[in-house]
Design a protein around this ligand. Structure first.
Ligand code: TYC
Length: 106
């Protein structure tokens, strides 16, 4: 079979697009907010349990939030970020602590 040539360099076969079709998911920062009542140890447990932070890093993040008012627990795609926020809010409520957790676009 011969291939018809209209233009130089066009062999008539489909050309691979150069633009990748997979888009990077938008990420959201999950944040903890400071308050005067939630025990430091509870916040450390939250960071270990829901954000898989090793103890030392959990303590650092907790102290950062305590001193600065807010701090980042992690970056996640939308639905995962929403789930983390809900898990933290529910866990805090179960234990009657006023700990707040929110999210914002990266
Ligand atoms: N400020 C709290 C205390 O002194 C500790 C704390 C840290 C609370 C981080 C919330 O997100 C928080 N017990």
């Amino acid at each position: 079979m011969s291939q018809h040539r209209d233009r130089p360099g066009d062999n008539g076969l489909a050309v691979q697009e150069t633009k990748p079709k997979l888009k990077k998911p938008r990420l959201y920062r999950v944040l903890l907010l400071n308050d005067d009542y939630t025990p430091m140890e509870f916040v450390v447990i939250v960071l270990e349990k829901f954000f898989s932070k090793p103890r030392e890093q959990a303590v650092q993040i907790m102290l950062h939030v305590h001193q600065r008012g807010t701090g980042v627990c992690g970056l996640y795609p939308l639905e995962i970020a929403e789930t983390k926020v809900q898990q933290v809010v529910d866990f805090a409520q179960e234990h009657q602590h006023p700990l707040q957790c929110t999210m914002e676009p990266e």
